[in-house]
Design a binder for this molecule. Structure first.
Ligand SMILES: [Zn+2]
Length: 214
């Protein structure tokens, strides 16, 4: 039973650590207990052999590893293409924002230009359309806002398209006014692409970060 304590002390002594008991007590036990004495001899042998053994030969894998690397590190060309696509999307969105603001401005300032709508309705729809332009511009400047802007832009576009189609069919809207709504739809699609692109880049980065240490 108590041999375990002494054997622990023996291996502590081999490792140069504190015995956890007086050295005298351990030596007394080794004198009296042939089992522990033999055990101590064995572990001393094993320890000495392990310390004297040459370190195992590690094969030089440098050439193999370098040969296995892709010619182009992942991420350089792909990341450049991805950045380019992101920039193109933001520039397109900036252009849509400017066009949208240009359309909204007259109605917002003069209260006219929205067909025969009452002045306040023209003001209100001008403010709406200008706000949409501001959202497009914000996403073009800060692509991280894209996902957050989508619920507003997406629902506005999703509601406006069917009512516009119905109004066109019933003759309630001029074709040029209806066509202007294509800016909203186009801009919203680009915002969705910017959001998707950002999410895609994040997951791509995360997965390549996981691959690196392998
Ligand atoms: Zn013992």
């Amino acid at each position: 039973m108590q041999c375990a304590r002494f054997r622990e002390a023996i291996s502590a002594r081999l490792d140069g650590e504190s015995l956890g008991m007086p050295a005298r007590e351990l030596d007394d036990h080794l004198d009296r207990c042939p089992g522990c004495a033999t055990w101590a001899e064995d572990v001393t042998q094993v320890t000495r052999r392990a310390r004297l053994a040459p370190s195992p030969v590690v094969p030089d894998l440098t050439a193999t590893v370098l040969g296995a690397l892709p010619r182009e590190l992942p991420g350089t060309a792909a990341a450049a293409r991805s950045r380019l696509a992101g920039t193109a999307l933001r520039m397109a969105l900036g252009a849509v924002a400017i066009a949208q603001a240009g359309l909204a401005w007259p109605a917002l300032t003069s209260g006219t230009g929205a067909m025969s709508a009452p002045v306040h309705m023209a003001h209100e729809s001008g403010a709406w359309n200008f706000a949409v332009a501001a959202a497009f511009l914000a996403v073009a400047g800060v692509p991280g806002l894209a996902a957050g802007a989508l619920p507003f832009l997406g629902s506005f576009a999703a509601l406006l398209v069917p009512v516009t189609v119905a109004d066109l069919a019933a003759g309630h809207v001029h074709a040029d006014r209806a066509v202007a709504h294509l800016l909203l739809v186009g801009g919203t699609v680009v915002v969705a692409l910017v959001a998707w692109h950002g999410a895609h880049r994040r997951t791509h980065h995360a997965s390549s970060a996981r691959r690196v240490p392998a």
